[in-house]
Design a protein. Structure first.
Length: 120
């Protein structure tokens, strides 16, 4: 195969970070409170945990440039859905209470944000 391109990896990281920043700004504008970013658990990481009212939203941020076209809902496959459900369970356990949760996807394409509530 070809050598992994570290600069591409870095570009993706920077792109991803920008996507997360954009999403956080959007969420705040919409009245969400950002609870955590890159929330790490034994099951993996949630990009953003946000709260609106009494609902906690676990947000997967999909960042891409125009040429990599796929529906964001497709990008969250079964394994990732399971992971996010486990992360949410872990979050509730860590708080010592069951809270209402929702799973959202933010799709950032070339700096444009589309937000999907209850994506999966």
């Amino acid at each position: 195969g070809h050598m992994p391109d570290p600069s591409q990896d870095l570009r993706n990281k920077i792109l991803g970070r920008k996507g997360e920043n954009l999403t956080c700004r959007y969420l705040k504008r919409c009245g969400y409170k950002i609870i955590a970013r890159n929330y790490a658990t034994p099951f993996g990481e949630a990009d953003i945990v946000a709260r609106k009212g009494d609902i906690y939203c676990f947000v997967e941020v999909k960042t891409r440039t125009e040429d990599a076209f796929a529906l964001p809902s497709e990008a969250v496959n079964a394994a990732k859905r399971r992971r996010y459900h486990n992360i949410a369970r872990y979050f509730c356990a860590a708080r010592g209470e069951e809270v209402p949760v929702r799973f959202d996807v933010a799709s950032v394409t070339d700096g444009r944000l589309e937000y999907f509530e209850n994506a999966y």
